[in-house]
Design a protein around this ligand. Structure first.
Ligand SMILES: [Zn+2]
Ligand SMILES: [Zn+2]
Length: 277
């Protein structure tokens, strides 16, 4: 009988701190993730919460010419969050480009043929606060001739409230990555940065859809069965094949895009989380 009394007393003492601990853990999770739900609601999108605590929630929303997804990542050992917005285009636009604000050195891993593009200050397509690289300067200039797009790109840092913004136009997908100020948690970073990135994504997505339509009308071959999904060029001798959807990409394009760019691919970095089976 005595052991029952001891056991009851033990649980009676232990229960309050245990409840407090569980509540604090749950409160911590909610604080970190509430920003994702706020942004999802503002975009009339949905928020998909992953199983486990390793990945961030993924926001999914509609674009006029495709589908948008938002997530946040943090490199191990670094404290700053990176917010990433991707626009999966309904039509491939056939080239790769990288736009960095503030200007950054060329990417280490990149699409073959991605070279710096320097526009003089007196040129109408000039961007004052960005560095430019492209596999096809003519097509990048086509995008930059839109004054509204140029204004958004040239004020990326200010518009996104971020320390550093990188825009990748990667064959079929538009990727915008922004580094949040130090000390901002994942949910807050998404709330702060994603709206500005989404504005720019919508503009670029519309422009690139117009470009893709024009390319198809001009008779450019855009079949994805033999072209790299990351840059639109023909895939050479030693392509990388996605282990999940088997799409072929240049190895540099895969590194640049952070993985497979297939919208429905389970191995893509922004694949929607599934319940474990
Ligand atoms: Zn490629
Ligand atoms: Zn894939």
């Amino acid at each position: 009988m005595l052991w029952l009394v001891v056991l009851s007393a033990f649980f009676w003492l232990l229960a309050p701190p245990l409840v407090a601990w569980v509540e604090s853990v749950r409160a911590g999770e909610t604080t970190a993730e509430v920003g994702f739900w706020t942004v999802a609601r503002s975009l009339a999108g949905t928020c998909h919460v992953p199983w486990g605590r390793r990945a961030s929630p993924i926001i999914r929303f509609a674009l006029r010419s495709g589908e948008g997804r938002i997530r946040a990542t943090r490199t191990p050992g670094r404290s700053a969050w990176v917010v990433e917005v991707r626009g999966h285009q309904r039509l491939p636009f056939g080239f790769a480009a990288r736009i960095c604000s503030p200007p950054a050195p060329p990417a280490r891993f990149r699409a073959p043929g991605l070279t710096p593009v320097v526009l003089d200050a007196d040129e109408p397509h000039h961007l004052a606060y960005c560095s430019l690289e492209s596999t096809d300067e003519r097509l990048l200039r086509w995008v930059l001739r839109h004054a509204e797009t140029r204004l958004l790109l040239d004020d990326l840092q200010g518009h996104a409230h971020a320390d550093h913004v990188e825009v990748l136009l990667a064959g079929t997908v538009v990727i915008l990555r922004a580094t949040a100020p130090h000390g901002t948690d994942g949910g807050r970073a998404v709330e702060l940065i994603a709206p500005g990135l989404v504005d720019t994504l919508r503009r670029l997505s519309d422009d690139l859809d117009d470009l893709a339509t024009a390319l198809v009308e001009a008779g450019e071959p855009m079949s994805l069965s033999f072209l790299c999904r990351g840059c639109g060029a023909r895939v050479a001798d030693d392509p990388w094949h996605c282990p999940s959807c088997n799409a072929a990409m240049h190895r540099g394009c895969r590194e640049m895009a952070g993985g497979c760019v297939g919208l429905a691919c389970a191995a893509a970095p922004d694949a929607l989380p599934e319940a474990p089976t």
